[in-house]
Design a protein around this ligand. Structure first.
Ligand code: AMP
Length: 140
């Protein structure tokens, strides 16, 4: 299993402002933005600022900070979308389904009876993502 961390991965570029994103939150240890290929409306990602490939390479304090942000933003998403549930997903290494090698938690608002769209399926409309980001920010 690989343990190296690529400083030039896409999520580092997003945090550095070298690539665009629909940011919803940032603090000293964590950063959150909408998933560009959402599995449901309001699907976002929470990442640590520290460079960690996945769950196997992160210090406990940094992981705790990520989970605090996951909880805080889950409440905001629930309020924003009035959803019936929330699904968390987190993948490690290619065999575990990981595609981007900077640790991230998926937070996905769920409506009763609505199936998840495919993982890394279709890119969402940019204006729609912008609207959803505003809805979550407003609920914070
Ligand atoms: P995984 O590593 O399996 O959790 O998948 C990576 C996730 O990152 C997928 O859900 C992608 O849709 C998402 N993703 C990839 N590139 C971007 C990007 N530039 N902005 C937002 N989300 C992205």
């Amino acid at each position: 299993m690989q343990t190296t961390y690529d400083e030039n991965n896409i999520f580092q570029k997003i945090m550095k402002g070298e690539m665009p994103c629909h940011k919803i939150y940032e603090d000293d240890k964590t950063f959150a933005f909408l998933d560009i290929m959402p599995r449901a409306d309001g699907h976002f990602l929470v990442i640590p600022k520290v460079g960690s490939r996945n769950i196997l390479g992160i210090e406990e304090d940094d992981l705790t900070a990520v989970m605090k942000t996951v909880k805080k933003l889950s409440h905001a998403a629930q309020k924003a979308f009035n959803c019936d549930g929330i699904t968390l997903q987190q993948f490690n290494e290619p065999a575990g389904g990981q595609v981007v090698f900077h640790l991230h938690f998926h937070v996905i608002p769920r409506m009763e009876g609505e199936k998840l769209k495919p993982h890394t399926g279709e890119m969402a409309d940019n204006d729609l993502l912008a609207r959803h980001a505003e809805m979550i920010k407003a609920a914070l």
